[in-house]
Unconditional design. Sequence first.
Length: 96
Amino acid sequence: VVPLTQVIRVEGFKSYSTFTLQQRRSVTVSKNLINFERLLPKPFFLRVHKSHIVNLNCVLRYRKQGTGLLQMEDDSEVPVSPDRKDELLRLLGQYV
């Protein structure tokens, strides 16, 4: 069990999901991303791409490169799907 405040992002690949946590830790579980999309509370967690859910509290910046990239607290970059861009920018605007 991991507190939600420790979760930076979740990356899905087929039937596995990897949670990237604070302090450079990660946990991989054998459930697909859609299971966690339903469980993680909105608006704090948002699916921004077919393979990524992010904790909006851990976003450092949004870059307009390509369809968009999020720079996360752990220095990773997460792609943003064109279909999810408007909702993401609206929610990020609420955090400013």
